[in-house]
Write a protein that binds this ligand. Structure first.
Ligand code: ARG
Length: 467
């Protein structure tokens, strides 16, 4: 143990100090005769993207340093100095007393350099038995774990908004559509329930991907683990992981979790986009089923009468970004040999953009739906006009003993007659009904009323199958 601790210290000192380098210089400068070109540094740098993971990077370093101390790989006083130093860096980054250097290569390098600038020698011992490859994989999983929790809350909130909106208009009936043709009458709340179910599946998918992601790559090293007597279970536990990645090669090179999450987020966007499309239709003058609040719509620069559903349109449009992020991640990963390759640095831009976009869209969708006013009279008018109760009319005849196929034919004739005479099933006189089929009686009007139609069926108004 003592030998290993000594080895760790001298190895790292040689690496950095033996060449007379300050840690602000390139970590690998000893191997090179020339400085990197500015183009190389700029091109290589990921700080603009990964700077947001500073909390996770520090948390990972705290766990790693504590483990090195516990295992005797570094001396207790060095461990203490590192932990205190990391604490002060975190405090200053959070408090605004320390700005992330935009010229740093990445967040890992920046924090290690800052730590070493503050505590000296001990700071150079932090990276013992660790590589940026397992470091970045750990940071990213930690960051995305929090992002999933945040997004989960937003999705739950949105589901709740939709439930409440349905409850605000418990009796509102609108036409249900297939092929965008009026099909059968449904309750407005039943329509919204469909979206609530989608959101619950989205939450399930996020949870599922987050659970699979929750393994610690820390200790995988560059790819082949490390010769130091590290304790991977300990760091995994410290960081709230359910265990660690058994294969060190997979630990550093797996980005399935990014792809799974991007796929789950793509489906969230499919759902938000479909709902947006309906709102755009519904607030058009052709439908007028809903009215979006002024605060969540925009006007036109030239047409004074316009009130545009820009937010809904943008949500629909932004779905493309998230699908693009998913496609980008798949494409980055598909040809990579094991283990880490720099291509993988592209993962963060894509998955962060996907999370940011979905969060942004939910942030707009939630108040837009919360403040949306429904116009149930218009919904009802549309539902009453399109023979949307024709199936129920056929069911009425089935109730009187006719086979459904025959009843279907009778009602087909009836509808044709109504169209010829300018009637609806509600307004057609009883003689008109009886001229087509003598099974019709006065109770048909009640049977085909929109209220009875929606009451009779059970499109599901509650979640969890408890209709
Ligand atoms: N910025 C890098 C990334 O995001 C960190 C890992 C760098 N590792 C390396 N061997 N160059 O992937």
């Amino acid at each position: 143990m003592v030998f290993l601790a000594f080895f760790a210290v001298s190895y790292y000192n040689d690496f950095i100090e033996g060449k007379g380098l300050g840690i602000t210089m390139k970590l690998w400068a000893g191997r090179f005769e020339k400085e990197a070109a500015k183009t190389t540094n700029d091109f290589n740098s990921s700080i603009a993207t990964d700077g947001r993971m500073f909390r996770e990077d520090i948390a990972g370093s705290v766990a790693h340093a504590a483990m090195l101390g516990k295992q005797g790989v570094i001396l207790p006083e060095d461990c203490e100095a590192i932990l205190a130093g990391l604490g002060s860096v975190l405090e200053d980054l959070e408090g605004g007393g320390l700005a992330i250097d935009p010229d740093a290569e990445d967040i890992h390098t920046f924090i290690e350099a800052e730590l070493t600038a503050r505590i000296g020698e001990a700071g150079k011992r932090l990276h013992t038995g660790r590589s940026r490859n397992d470091q970045v994989a750990t940071d990213l999983r930690l960051y995305l774990r929090s992002a999933c929790a945040e997004l989960r809350r937003l999705l739950m909130e949105f589901e709740e908004v939709l439930r409440r909106k349905g409850e605000e208009y418990p009796a509102a009936i609108l036409p249900g559509y297939t092929h965008l043709q009026r099909a059968q009458p449904i309750l407005f709340s039943a329509h919204l329930l469909a979206y609530r179910e989608m959101l619950l599946r989205d939450i399930g998918r996020l949870d599922d991907a987050a659970r699979r992601m929750n393994r610690s790559p820390l200790g995988s090293g560059a790819l082949a683990g490390t010769g130091y007597p590290i304790d991977r279970a300990y760091t995994a536990e410290q960081l709230g992981f359910d265990g660690y990645c058994v294969s060190t090669l997979d630990g550093v090179s797996d980005r399935d979790f990014c792809i799974e999450l991007a796929a789950a987020l793509s489906l969230v966007m499919v759902h938000l986009s479909r709902l947006s499309e309906e709102l755009i239709l519904w607030c058009s003058w052709e439908f007028r089923f809903v009215e979006l609040d002024d605060a969540y719509t925009t006007g036109s620069s030239i047409m004074p009468q316009k009130k545009n559903p820009d937010l809904a349109e943008l949500i629909r449009g932004k779905s493309g970004r998230v699908f693009g992020d998913l496609m980008g991640l798949l494409t980055v990963m598909k040809g990579l040999p094991l283990a880490y390759n720099k291509d993988m640095q592209e993962d963060k831009d894509a998955i962060f953009d996907a999370f940011d976009t979905v969060k942004l869209c939910l942030g707009a969708a939630i108040p837009m739906l919360q403040t949306m006013r429904c116009l149930p009279e218009n919904m009802r008018k549309a539902a009453a006009g399109g023979f949307i109760n024709a199936t129920d009319c056929a069911d009425y005849l089935v109730g009187k003993g006719l086979a459904f196929r025959d009843a279907y034919k009778v009602v087909g004739n009836l509808v044709a007659q109504c169209i010829r005479e300018g009637h609806t099933l509600e307004s057609l006189p009883l003689e008109g009904y009886q001229a087509v089929c003598d099974l019709f009686a006065g109770d048909v009007y009640d049977f085909v009323s929109l209220e009875r139609c929606v009451e009779r069926r059970s499109p599901g108004l509650r979640l969890g199958g408890e209709n």
